[in-house]
Design a binder for this molecule. Sequence first.
Ligand SMILES: NC(=O)c1ccc[n+]([C@@H]2O[C@H](COP(=O)([O-])OP(=O)(O)OC[C@H]3O[C@@H](n4cnc5c(N)ncnc54)[C@H](OP(=O)(O)O)[C@@H]3O)[C@@H](O)[C@H]2O)c1
Length: 219
Amino acid sequence: MKNKPYVLLSCAMSIDGKIATYTGDTEFSDGEDWKLVHKLRTEYDAIMVGKNTILKDDPKLHIKFYEPTKLIRVIVDSSFSIPLTSKVLSYKLETYPTIIAITDHALKPKMEKAKLRNIRFINTGSGKQVNLKKLMEELYKHGIKKILLEGGGSLNWSMIKNCLVDEIRIFIAPIIVGGKNAVSLVDGLGVKRIVEGFKFNLQNVLKRDNYVVLHYLKA
Ligand SMILES: NC(=O)c1ccc[n+]([C@@H]2O[C@H](COP(=O)([O-])OP(=O)(O)OC[C@H]3O[C@@H](n4cnc5c(N)ncnc54)[C@H](OP(=O)(O)O)[C@@H]3O)[C@@H](O)[C@H]2O)c1
């Protein structure tokens, strides 16, 4: 697909590929990695997450430790169901403008309230969920050339399935958390056979103390 932003999927996970415990705990990064993640945020035009990540963590999706640069927050939320009290709908909107990617099913009166705070919306049509290819085209037209995708597992799957992820950075913490209901790096339906899997080439392996950082590029 041409005219789409470059997408880096970044996440911190356990040895067993979980990005949260079954209760929703996500503190896999150590201090040093957390700083690197914030450095990465200074290098991207936008940061994108799925609506469950907002509902579960209520993150600010901002820049800490470094001089803040303009970083657009993109939230993928078909029916605009995140509460108006979410931090991404109020915290430092001048530095971190927020765009909600929705479908026709989004609640109009709530949208009007959010628009009063300068929250912007991109409607990708009548589908059940956000059409991510269309979203990428629209974001590119808005001048967004590089996106940091920070999960969760469902959005990661949809982005990979649509061949929209160019690069992956995985921080692996030396811990196993288990849990068949714990969110994995990539969830969704998955593929039937390994041969149908989405291929990436290993670019770099970084070992630090007990931690590993893996870098892959789309094959
Ligand atoms: N360790 C890490 O690095 C890390 C990073 C991020 C998140 N997390 C964790 O991941 C968990 C959340 O992951 P999750 O998989 O439950 O949810 P998610 O990926 O954050 O959000 C998924 C939701 O996004 C909406 N969506 C709209 N269009 C979509 C599309 N085309 N494809 C996929 N989703 C679409 C759907 O809700 P609608 O249909 O209602 O729109 C869907 O349920 C949280 O516990 C969070 O803490 C961990």
